[in-house]
Each structure stands twice: as C-alpha cells, then as structure tokens.
Design a protein around this ligand. Structure first.
Ligand code: 5GP
Length: 196
C-alpha cells in the first residue's frame, strides 16, 4: 500500500467530527475522498450500504479479520465492530485522492503509527462531557443505554488527545470548521482563498 495523504479525524461520539469531515469533503482543492468503513452494527435511519458504511454480519466481519483484510479494526462498542478495509484505501488512492477518515481514537492512532509521514491525525475536542451528553440526546438516534456507553468511552478517549498531531476545540462550529480547513490545506499543500 502506498499513495496519497491520509487525514484522520477522531473524537468521542457527539463531538462534531462528522460535521467537520463532511465540510472538508465539499472543498474541491483538498482533493479528499471519504474512507467508507466496514461495520457489524445495524443500519440506522437513512444510512446506505456502500455510502455511509459497508454493513456486514458479525461473522462476515470476523472472517475479514482472519484474512488480515483490515488496515485497522476495533470493537468500538460491545459486538459492534468497525474497521478500515485495505481495499478501501487502495481504491481511493488509485483514484488519486487524499483519504479522510471519521474513526475512533484507537483506530486513528493505529493508522498514524503505520503511516507516520503520510498521515495527519486530528483530535476533535468537545466543550465538556456535559455538552456531549446534551448533543447525543438531541441527536436521539441511540437509546439511553447506548448514550451512557458512549459517554463512558468519551472520558477515556479524551485522555488520548495529546497523542494526535493537532487538537481542534469544537466550542464554536464556524471556528472549528475554519481551523480544520486550514490544517488540512496546509498538510496536503492546497491553497485556501482568504476569508475561507
Ligand atoms: P457510529 O456508530 O456512530 O457510526 O460510529 C461509532 C464510532 O465508530 C465513531 O467514533 C466512529 O468514528 C467509529 N468508527 C467508524 N468507522 C470506524 C473504523 O473504520 N475504525 C474504527 N476504529 N472506528 C470507526
């Protein structure tokens, strides 16, 4: 495996990293493509196979682990596995793209370790655990139990922030978007127009 740049956005669930990643994908000069992860978790709402995730059964996922098909994988929540298929990154590199990831902190750091020079690993920090709770409840895509599970994990994840190349504080979304745009543009060597 070789090719373009890898841009990782990792953060506790509800920190706003998905919003940031979506914003960056709309900036043509960054030449980014989204790495679609594989997961064994059930589909939510309007999610589509091959667009948001490659949805698969637990046994299918475990089979891919056995075949060494993943660049990284994690059991992010109990029995909910998530992973980046090597074929996915190869596919996007073959298109000449820089690859952007929305993955958990352990997975993000694993990729950074494998490709230290090619990777920009960014940690998105929420204002506080309380604010995270409010955001997850507002999103109301998960049950109370699942929200509590995500909050418990968030405290552990926050402690890993110093291991990332950069930390973006998502206290104000507009500021966070601008900061993220500049960081990625500098890393991939793209020019950003003044005022963007
Ligand atoms: P969700 O279930 O909300 O879509 O995602 C749950 C968590 O799994 C998020 O933190 C998300 O970033 C992470 N995740 C998604 N894809 C991957 C992946 O390929 N690898 C790893 N390690 N984590 C992932």
């Amino acid at each position: 495996m070789q090719g373009g740049k890898l841009i990782i956005f990792s953060a506790p669930s509800g920190s706003g990293k998905t919003t940031i990643v979506k914003h960056l994908l709309q900036q043509p000069e960054l030449n980014l493509a989204f790495s679609i992860s594989a997961t064994s978790r059930p589909r939510r709402g309007k999610e589509k196979h091959g667009e948001h995730y490659y949805f698969m059964s637990l046994s299918e996922f475990k089979n891919h682990i056995k075949q060494d098909d993943f660049l990284e994988w994690e059991e992010v929540y109990r029995d909910n596995f998530y992973g980046t298929l090597k074929t996915e990154v190869d596919r996007l590199w073959a298109e000449g793209k820089n690859v952007i990831f929305d993955i958990d902190v352990a997975g993000g750091l694993r990729i950074k370790k494998k490709f230290p020079e090619q990777t920009l690993a960014v940690f998105v920090k929420p204002p506080s655990i309380d604010e995270l709770k409010i955001r997850l409840k507002k999103r109301s895509t998960e049950s109370e139990d699942k929200i509590n599970m995500r909050i418990a994990k968030a405290s552990v994840e926050l402690a890993t922030a110093p291991q990332f190349d950069s930390i973006i504080k998502n206290y104000d979304l507009e500021t966070a978007l601008k900061e993220a745009h500049k960081l990625v543009a500098d890393f991939v060597g793209a020019k950003v127009a003044d005022g963007q």
